[in-house]
Design a binder for this molecule. Structure first.
Ligand code: PGA
Length: 253
């Protein structure tokens, strides 16, 4: 099955008004009339509206980096899915490893957010990944399966939640370290994840599911990663912050 690739830039807590403006303008001029992968940027919350306005009609998708599962209420410091929709987001990253390790996010928490996003029509990018210790202990597949079971629990339990998501495999040991998984290592995991999804949700959904790779993706390794049959795009941190390193990622062909 043909799966359209997605190159997603996760800005994390980086850039400012001026830097965001410059970067989006540069991306915009490169995406005009472009065929090929979809391109997404995920700025910090305060810049979502600004970036939405800068994007205009250009084919650039806008995502947030997190959201709260409730629509509104007394949750100081949090941002809800309807708010994200309101400022023009179509996508949201959920369960990034930094949220899991630095902010105590659990699989159950991710599943609650996933359910809320799907019911709102926000397209989630759900992140999973093992640590170096887990990989070295030979636990990669069991850790990922546990994360899938927990993070996708809302889909396993409730047939009414639409299966409309993207997964991102991001080995924790490869994020921001310059140490990326080899294309073969990533492909092995992606194929395993797709097989797990087929077992849990059926082959058709598994075949249609986009699975991104993330972890030190850069202009030097994108082509080899994208050549693997089960790698459908990239979730990019560091290299998404500069036009010179982000543009080649969606112009890799
Ligand atoms: P990196 O980050 O590209 O800087 O390794 C990837 C991510 O955390 O999504």
């Amino acid at each position: 099955m043909e799966r359209r690739a997605l190159i997603a830039g996760n800005w994390k807590m980086n850039l400012d008004r001026e830097g965001a403006t410059r970067l989006v303008r540069a991306i915009q001029s490169e995406t005009r009339g472009m065929e090929g992968p979809e391109v997404l940027v995920a700025p910090p919350f305060p810049y979502l509206s600004l970036v939405r306005d800068l994007i205009g009609p250009a084919p650039i998708l806008l995502g947030a980096q997190n959201m709260h599962p409730e629509a509104q209420g007394a949750f100081t410091g949090e941002v809800s899915g309807p708010m994200l929709r309101d400022v023009g987001c179509t996508h949201v990253i959920l369960g990034h490893s930094e949220r899991r390790t630095l902010f105590g996010e659990t699989d159950t928490g991710v599943s609650g957010k996933l359910r809320a996003a799907l019911l709102l029509g926000l397209h989630p990018i759900v992140c999973i990944g093992e640590t170096l210790a887990q990989r070295e202990a030979g636990e990669t597949f069991s850790v990922l399966e546990g994360q899938l079971r927990g993070s996708l629990a809302c889909l396993l339990q409730d047939q009414g939640v639409p299966f409309s998501l993207t997964l991102a495999y991001e080995p924790v040991w490869a994020i921001g370290t310059g140490r990326n998984a080899t294309p073969a290592q990533a492909q092995e995991v992606h194929a395993h994840v797709r097989g797990w999804i087929a077992g849990a949700f059926g082959k058709e959904r598994a075949d249609g599911l986009r699975i991104l790779y993330g972890g030190s993706v850069n202009p030097g390794n994108i082509r080899d990663l994208m050549a693997e049959p089960d790698i459908d795009g990239a979730l990019v941190g560091g290299a998404s912050l500069k036009a010179e390193t982000f543009i080649p990622l969606f112009r890799y062909r």
